[in-house]
Design a binder for this molecule. Sequence first.
Ligand code: NAD
Length: 496
Amino acid sequence: MSVHSLKEWNDLAAQIKPSRQMFVNGRFEDAASGKTFDTINPATGEVIAAIAEGDSVDIDRAVTAARNSFDRGVWSEEAPMNRKAVLLKLAELIRSNLDELALLDSMDMGKTVEDAATVDVPGSALFFQWYAEAIDKIYDEVAPTGPGDLALITREPLGVVGAVVPWNFPLDMATWKAAAALAAGNSVVLKPAEQSPLSALRLAELAMEAGLPEGVLNVVPGYGETAGRALGLHQDVDCLAFTGSTPVGKMFQQYAGQSNMKQVWLETGGKSPNLIFADCDNLEAAADMAAFGIFFNQGEVCSANSRLLVERSIHQDFVQMLIARAENFQPGNPLDPSSKMGAIVSQEQYDRILKMIASGKKDADCVTGGNAIKIDNRGLYVEPTIFDNVQCGSEIETDEIFGPVLSVIPFDTEEEAVEIANNTIYGLAASLWTGNLSRAHRVSRKLKAGTVSVNTVDALSPMTPFGGFKQSGVGRDLSLHALDKYTALKTTWIKY
Ligand code: NAD
């Protein structure tokens, strides 16, 4: 059932007044330079707002505010039970502002408001709730020394955490970093993507309303090459948690080496395989989920199942099943609850997707889609597109497209399927479909991916770690393991 009708969403959108300034030390402020940049709704081409454009001066102000709050102990030295109360309140506030947050993300980056309201915003509330509930149930350790000594092993918050995040799930990507880092007692400087700064600014405001002390969560919108780089190079940032593309992730490793050797954690790109074996019990479900796995969120998903490997005996029939399902994902007005795909985030990303589609048309069979379209004569929309008989090593097979474009590759044997699946620089996620339990175990062990989903796609929860092998990243978001990124182990040895 839909959250609202199109008319209701349109009426709510007309009332939205997004924050335009950066959020530093508990206050909204202009950039020191006075500069702004436009954030644009890709579904309409209209400017939503002129946003304060942070640069190195603003990043420095935000880091100073974060450091002062950390050193004062207003959050870092609070009992975990008290931090829990504030973060639970924030989760509640996210839920009670669901419509507004969903609209901000939908208008900012083109996703359907229905997805934002049923997936992104409830997810953000759940992630804050999960870390809030976890943080006062984690005990430190006492080492097994002999009598006369007491060695304590404690987890200490790191200090100032810089977080740089992408535009595909603006609120959720900010939350994945902030929820774990804040629960552990750190202060945070968050730089949202320039394409989608609005929900992060609202999140900071809600965090203050929940009782987070000033300076503990700061949000500086701005460009990667200026604000992002300044955060990566800052001498007083203890840890940098990044989600985005692999080339930019590598830059953050360099920034750390050029500055203070801050810890760098990376969640980067993917080209995830989805393996369909002929012994799958439910090919209808496999086709439903294969379509969802590539077309959800316009294919702008790091773990999108963009390479579909199908056993040759069922290949032709399965492709026909997929073509039928692609019809259900035709793009539409993101505010219309019947739309299953929205607009592509930006002109740059739209051009890149169309360039990759043109490359695919030279190398493989485009069996459905392959075109840009307009809705009501405007907007950046791309049809759900499927290429069949894609050659291994061709551009659309190797490169992350980050759009609604699926590459289908037939295979003959299990060994061949595993080899093709692993033949990539990435290792974020993989899926496989089989009714054979031994094969499920055998193949999932061989797949080099941070998450392997068996008889489903994109399995994800706050309970389980998420992150990549190979060039898909370093470290894990979600689960208690994410706390390892935001804490350092301290040994205190007492002789008595
Ligand atoms: P991007 O790497 O271009 O940008 C991500 C962030 O980095 C943005 O905030 C941007 O402003 C900043 N940035 C860009 N250039 C920078 C520079 N030179 N120095 C410092 N900061 C810089 O990625 P994107 O286009 O926003 O997002 C898409 C990418 O994100 C895809 O590759 C996708 O796979 C990846 N992603 C990964 C995950 C994951 O969990 N592994 C999740 C979502 C998205």
